[in-house]
Write a protein that binds this ligand. Structure first.
Ligand SMILES: O=C(O)CCC(=O)C(=O)O
Length: 283
């Protein structure tokens, strides 16, 4: 969906835009708002993230030329809860919260602060998957209400060449619950015969998707990593009481009321947690 220049300037979606977005997620599995975040902000996020990724990969001996993670060269890394990543425009973007609140309820939480990167040199696509498991196992043959929305912010332009996410929208989020468990028919096998497309988009776009919609990461044939910030918003009734995002007290105290509410179950009062030792490699 293209958002009008006025909505971007004002920082608020028109009610009819929210309504369309909500209905697209419900029927098609996702909505895409193209090019929302300012270019300078996205470049800054990407530069900071690039340093962290380099450190993370060196510490784990992940060499793009050798290939890793089954040749996908995909890295999943949590974000530290600090600027520029914990900016309100990422954790509680009004375009996102207006849509998410309507689907999950305005008491929903944010409980996942992560990134997915298709690193250059990958040779193999990921298996086609949903980002959730079945809630009731083999017994449940009905579709259940949505509980999770994944929100992706690509930090570079996503092109045919740099490992776009491939998606199977239109109904793969509406299967009976047992379809999301390990005993379901092989999704990759089915997906070969189904319609999919590569989700190409400008840097700073926002994709909001039902976590059951089938998708996969694809190999990155460019020379630069293609990073997606990945947040998960969850309905309050399904939210774990003990979250996992470490948030220093002062950082939490300075958040907006909406962001505080979203993060209320997380580890408030804990020091920032990093998955790498940045000092060692930072330029
Ligand atoms: O390429 C992407 O951003 C999606 C990656 C993904 O689905 C995963 O790592 O589970």
């Amino acid at each position: 969906m293209r958002i009008s220049a006025e909505e971007i300037t004002v920082g608020k979606l028109l009610p009819e835009t929210v309504e369309l977005a909500v209905n697209l997620i419900k029927t098609n599995g996702y909505v895409l708002f193209e090019g929302v975040l300012p270019k300078e902000q996205v470049e800054n996020l990407n530069n900071k993230f690039g340093d962290m990724l380099e450190s993370y990969m060196k510490e784990r001996n992940l060499n793009p030329n050798d290939g890793f993670h089954n040749g996908t060269n995909h890295v999943g890394m949590d974000l530290p809860f600090e600027e520029p990543f914990c900016d309100e425009s990422i954790i509680a973007h009004p375009f996102v919260t207006d849509v998410v609140d309507q689907i999950l309820g305005d008491d929903c939480v944010l409980n996942y602060f992560h990134t997915n990167t298709s690193v250059q040199g990958g040779k193999t696509p990921q298996d086609v998957h949903a980002d959730t498991g079945s809630r009731y196992g083999n017994r449940c043959e009905v579709n259940l209400p949505i509980i999770n929305l994944v929100v992706n912010f690509p930090l570079v332009e996503v092109t045919e060449n740099n490992g776009p996410m491939e998606v199977w929208p239109g109904g793969t989020h509406l299967h009976p619950d047992n379809w999301y468990g390990p005993n379901a028919y092989d999704k990759s096998k089915l997906a070969e015969h189904m319609h999919s497309f590569k989700a190409l988009m400008p840097a700073g776009s926002i994709m909001i998707r039902d976590d059951r919609m089938w998708h996969r990461g694809t190999p990155n044939q460019s020379q630069q990593p293609r990073t997606n910030i990945a947040l998960i918003y969850k309905s309050a009734a399904n939210a774990p009481q003990n979250g996992s995002i470490s948030i220093p007290q002062e950082t939490y105290d300075n958040l907006s009321e909406k962001a505080k509410r979203l993060l209320r179950n997380e580890k408030i009062g804990s020091p920032v947690k990093r998955e790498y030792k940045l000092e060692q490699y930072a330029k």
